[in-house]
Write a protein that binds this ligand. Structure first.
Ligand code: IFM
Length: 475
């Protein structure tokens, strides 16, 4: 149950307040410092793949403005900053020696964060596979898992004296199913069997990397970030309930079960049996994949409302390029709730459901919300951006976090997505998720009302009645 909006909410004293970004979405400097192309460079430069032909070549120019961006973070009072390392900056060909210039960039960033009292939280992979590894087969190829573990070791060795929090992957579902299933993300391939192979090798790379890093520094925190969805059936029919089971299996349990229980869900294996026989899974893989973790990162944005295939279709499930191999013609609906600029329904109670579910069904593990946020159309008026819609979204979801904590979920921190507007993948720069507005022509940054409000939330370690931090600060 979500608390009625409006009461005062206090968070635990050591709650970690942060904001998140990802390398390709903000850095730019695509050809600088020895960086070579990733699959997102190739994909975004391919006509028709990204809205408006946008690329991450310049993005928020964070590569040149990192020091100023850290000052902005410090001004907001962030306790932690979650960012990703660009594999093609650190190991430009995805194998072989490290690129010192790439490591130096991150070392400077980390030093700056620490000097400002901000805990660096590193994600090793946020979708930017070195193109050379994609050319060698990409994530459907088993070797990529080993390459990832090698890269993780290099990065951890170089930054492990300064960084304590290590996340292997951000949202491997997207890498596997958007990248190799429907192909709407890089590298733009569409084959259900490849998507399932990719998912397995991403998890294998995760397990191998955690083992390698933990062997070097067992005191560090190691985790993975999954994008998890609340699930509802469109109607109370048995067919819709089965459709929910299928999508829950392919969106949530296909990662949660192997990583936290060491097994694939039997019903999912059955659902995808027309697509793959899981011949790519070798003895011992699941033991590696389920290497114990210190934390689980949960990214939450919305709920899937799911309905069975249309009764008129001859074949209940058919094979086609899709995010949902084996369940291609499941239908997605809505609950008539207000939506963000992504058309995603705003469903804060869904976050409580997700957090409680993970805590109930999987082994006890500390949880962090590593992403949560919303895109809205922003306008600059007299040099200010008054994004009350985004502020309200954060307020509702933070109240949901508090409800989850009250219900006993070991939720230890929250990272707003995103620190600043950035390259929203196939949507290019057309969607703004930031608490800080970025003028892409001038690279001027403007903290929006939501940023000022969040800063107060952090300062008070809680929420005031009816989100009044925002009103107080915005006046
Ligand atoms: O921008 C993305 C981010 O890279 C991964 N999680 C979802 C965000 C919003 O779509």
């Amino acid at each position: 149950m979500t608390s009625p909006n409006g009461h005062r909410v206090a968070f635990p004293p050591d709650f970690l307040w942060g904001a998140a970004t990802a390398a390709y979405q903000i850095e730019g400097g695509a050809t600088e410092g020895g960086r070579k192309p990733s699959i997102w460079d190739t994909f975004s430069r391919t006509p028709g793949k990204v809205k408006g032909g946008d690329t991450g070549d310049v993005a928020c120019d964070h590569y040149h403005r990192a020091a100023d961006d850290v000052k902005l973070m410090a001004g907001l009072g962030l306790k932690s900053y979650r960012f990703s390392l660009a594999w093609p900056r650190i190991q430009p060909d995805g194998r072989g020696p490290a690129n010192q210039e790439g490591l130096d960039f991150y070392r400077r960033l980390v030093d700056d964060l620490l000097a400002n009292g901000i805990e660096p939280w590193v994600t090793l992979y946020h979708w930017d596979l070195p193109q050379t590894l994609e050319d060698a087969g990409g994530w459907p190829a088993r070797d990529t898992a080993g390459r990832f573990a090698e890269y993780a070791e290099i990065a951890h060795q170089a930054l492990g004296d300064r960084v304590r929090y290590w996340t292997t992957f951000n949202e491997p579902w997207c890498s596997a199913f958007l990248g190799y299933g429907s192909g709407v993300h890089a590298p733009g391939r569409s084959d259900g069997a490849d998507a399932l192979r990719a998912a397995h090798h991403l998890m294998l790379g995760h397990g191998l990397a955690v083992q390698a890093m933990r062997a070097a520094r067992p005191e560090h925190s190691f985790g993975i970030t999954l994008n998890l969805y609340a699930m509802s059936a469109q109607t109370d029919s048995a067919a819709d309930a089965d459709a929910v089971r299928r999508i829950d299996g392919l969106a949530n349990r296909i990662f949660l079960d192997p990583v936290l229980r060491g097994q694939y869900p039997a019903d999912v294996v059955e659902d995808v049996s027309t697509v793959t026989d899981f011949g790519h899974v070798r003895d011992g893989d699941l033991a590696i994949i389920s290497t114990p973790l210190s934390v689980l990162g949960v990214n939450y944005y919305s709920r899937y409302v799911v309905a069975a295939p249309d009764g008129e279709s001859a074949e209940p499930y058919w094979r086609a390029p899709s995010n949902w191999p084996g369940s291609e013609n499941v239908r997605f609906g809505d609950r008539g709730l207000p939506v963000t600029d992504m058309d995603w329904e705003i469903d804060a109670p869904g976050l409580v459901e997700v957090l409680e579910r993970v805590h109930r069904e999987y082994p006890a593990i500390p949880i962090y919300v590593t992403e949560n946020g919303s895109a809205f159309v922003d306008t600059v008026v007299d040099g200010e951006v008054d994004d009350q819609d985004r502020l309200a979204y954060f307020d509702a979801h933070l109240r949901a976090c508090s409800d989850a904590i009250e219900a006993g979920v070991p939720l230890r921190g929250y990272f707003a997505w995103s620190l600043m507007d950035n390259f929203e993948w196939a949507w290019g720069y057309s969607k703004r998720f930031g608490m800080i507005y970025v003028d892409y022509d001038t690279q001027v940054r403007i903290p929006k009302s939501s940023a000022k409000w969040y800063s107060e939330v952090i300062r008070r370690n809680g929420l005031s009645p009816s989100g009044s931090e925002g009103q107080e600060r915005a006046q």
